[in-house]
Design a binder for this molecule. Structure first.
Ligand code: RP5
Length: 168
């Protein structure tokens, strides 16, 4: 199976990115996690993206806050799919990162998830990798079913609670 990359702009992003790593692990997807900055280590960012395909990656997740150009900088240097994960790390609460990540010029796509949407970034990466991996597709289906059952169970509990509230 191809690997996923989780690249973040700073170590300060880790707390909001960790659930992406846990989700990839849960789905049995090999991955690497790196701190690479579009602004502070631009040469490394370009080098990482240019060599990502050769190094066995199938998809890149780029997490960054503030003027978040990491996803775009990676996308500019590879034809692998890049998922942008805007991080809330500023006084603008991530809106800056969202707009910097999502507003890519035509010809250079970045698939952007919600602010701090690390789990969805990992799930989307998994769905992309699963195009060439039937077993991974089955694991994704099983996870969806588990989530469905969890919500149905919450609804059942809500009905019980409601009955008690209305009886009181
Ligand atoms: C961005 O600036 C990083 O992705 C991080 O979200 C933010 C702040 O970085 P630090 O100043 O905490 O290293 O590039």
């Amino acid at each position: 199976m191809k690997k996923a990359a989780i690249v973040m702009g700073s170590d300060s992003d880790l707390g909001k990115v960790r659930s992406a790593a846990l989700t990839l692990k849960e789905l049995g997807i090999p991955f690497e996690m790196r701190i690479i900055s579009a602004h502070r280590t631009p040469a490394e960012a370009a080098d990482f993206a240019q060599n990502a395909e050769k190094n066995g990656f199938g998809v890149l997740i780029a997490a960054a806050g503030k003027a978040a150009h990491l996803a775009g900088a990676l996308a500019a240097n590879t034809v692998l799919p890049v998922i942008g994960l805007p991080i809330s790390s500023s006084t603008l609460d991530g809106l800056d990162a969202l707009l910097s990540t999502v507003q890519m010029p035509s010809g250079m796509p970045v698939a952007t998830v919600a602010i701090d949407g690390a789990r969805n970034a990992a799930l989307l990466a998994a769905q992309m990798l699963s195009l060439c991996d039937g077993e991974l597709r089955e694991r994704l289906r099983a996870l969806r079913e588990k989530n469905t059952q969890a919500v149905l169970e919450k609804d059942r509990k809500l009905q019980d609670e409601l009955e008690k509230i209305l009886e009181a």
